[in-house]
Design a binder for this molecule. Structure first.
Ligand code: HAM
Length: 424
């Protein structure tokens, strides 16, 4: 039986976005600009698998996190190995750095990556099951100047695409020298409160997360809770002060949020988040921090690192919320050719090819359309120039160059050089 009408049209899996034109133009521009800024700061591209052994994330991200316990796409492959679609990038970068001995060379190792990540979250506006990040990791040096560099770089990424209505929140989560004692102190405080069963359990497993509880009654109960920032060791405090002082010098605005809690367990010392208020509940457009101990945790040397992940999807939404349009992001080509008749069309295809070879983005009308239909194509492509080759021009060895923005027209010799001169 081959009756196509029996097949229902399929849609993308729930919570998984498609990036289709013309909107995909903005998506690519944002992603590429973030990556370009990272390269400007000396980060080199690393391309990693989208799935890894499940153990990497269990060990790297933390077994008490929602990401690991509830949100991973984990399955057995045909060889009965447990693999997981990467929910984030840092653990995979660490794995690759160790595996390829990058940490045995010059430090810090500075790496940049981008691509899709997968989290089985409840889909809603700005929260997807396949999400896109651009990230950087600077590994192997525990220098507060590097923390400031990473944070300032994230700030610059957003500004470079025209975003301004965001805020940078910053705190220090301490390290193994001061966090355990603080954790105990916090638990002592929390266990005295009339907390519900689930919150109490959270206080046992990850007490810091209770401070991030958004319910007003819990916030009220924990208003006087001890804060990590007041319990930092001397070196951690000094580290944090150098970070904030350097950000001040660099002119990067921030607010210190001592109650900030990140969804991943590996963070130590400097931790930060970029928040945009135009997005509703899913307001985090990017975040990161330092992670002493992560590398050792997944079997490498005991080196520290710091990095960020910027959410490309949410940045695009934030740009929409601010009404920022990236110049030309939805333009398909700069030049659109129109040949009237078979001979002119073939000649036009050679001209278009020569323009492309010269680095000009160009397309042409296909299918023998009339002038009006073909010009619609130029308009749809967002082209700045239309090249029109009719019988008359062909005979005279010329081509008409229409400037669609200025509404002017010149006729030039039918050659790539002459057209290039006319459109520059
Ligand atoms: P994260 O905070 O889990 O950090 O994610 C970074 C960003 O990815 C978020 O701020 C958000 O913009 C975006 N994002 C996360 N989940 C979703 C989702 N379901 N839908 C849409 N966007 C989402 C990390 O992943 C760390 N690996 C960052 C890092 C690098 N820390 C150190 N190095």
């Amino acid at each position: 039986m081959s009756d196509n009408s029996t097949f229902k049209a399929l849609s993308a899996p729930k919570g998984v976005p498609d990036y289709v034109p013309p909107g995909s133009g903005t998506f690519i521009r944002v992603r590429d600009e973030f990556a370009r800024q990272a390269r400007l700061a000396g980060y080199q591209h690393i391309e990693l698998p989208v799935f890894e052994d499940t153990a990497l994330f269990a060990r790297g991200v933390g077994e008490s996190t929602d990401v690991v316990t509830k949100e991973m796409y984990t399955f057995a492959d045909r060889g009965e190995r447990s693999v997981t679609l990467r929910p984030e990038g840092t653990a995979g970068v660490m794995r690759a750095v160790i595996e390829h001995n990058l940490d045995r060379g010059y430090l810090p190792v500075k790496l940049n990556y981008y691509g899709p990540f997968f989290r089985y979250e409840r889909p809603q506006a700005g929260r997807y099951r396949q999400l896109q990040q651009v990230g950087v990791e600077a590994i192997g040096v525990d220098d507060p100047l590097l923390d400031a560099e990473v944070i300032a770089l994230a700030d610059r990424c957003y500004r470079a695409v025209g975003l301004s209505g965001f805020r940078l929140e910053l705190t220090s989560l301490g390290d193994h020298t001061c966090r355990p004692a603080y954790r105990e102190k916090l638990q002592e405080f929390l266990f005295k409160l009339p907390l519900d069963e689930e919150t109490r359990r959270r206080a046992e497993i990850n007490p810091l997360r209770v401070l991030d509880d958004k319910r007003p009654e819990v916030q009220e109960l924990t208003a006087e809770a001890p804060l990590m920032l007041d319990h930092l060791s001397g070196p951690c405090r000094e580290h944090f002060e150098t970070v904030t002082g350097t950000l001040d010098d660099l002119g990067v605005d921030y607010v210190v949020n001592p109650r900030m809690v990140r969804g991943l367990d590996y963070y130590t010392k400097t931790t930060f988040e970029f928040v945009h208020d135009g997005l509703g509940a899913q307001s985090g457009i990017g975040g990161g921090g330092r992670y002493d101990g992560l590398m050792a945790q997944i079997g490498g040397q005991d080196l520290s690192g710091i990095g960020f992940g910027l959410g490309v999807d949410r940045t695009v939404l934030a740009l929409e919320a601010e009404g920022v349009e990236l110049d030309g992001a939805q333009r398909r080509v700069d030049v659109f050719g129109v040949g009237m008749g078979t001979e002119a069309s073939s000649r036009m295809s050679l001209l278009i090819d020569a323009l492309r070879a010269a680095g000009v983005s160009a397309d042409m009308s296909y299918g023998g359309r009339g002038l009006k239909g073909a010009m619609k194509g130029a308009d749809r492509a967002g082209a700045r120039f239309a090249l029109v080759l009719g019988e008359r021009e062909l005979e005279a060895g010329e081509v008409a160059v229409k400037d669609l923005a200025e509404h002017t027209q010149v006729t030039v010799a039918l050659s790539a050089e002459a057209v290039l001169a006319a459109i520059r």
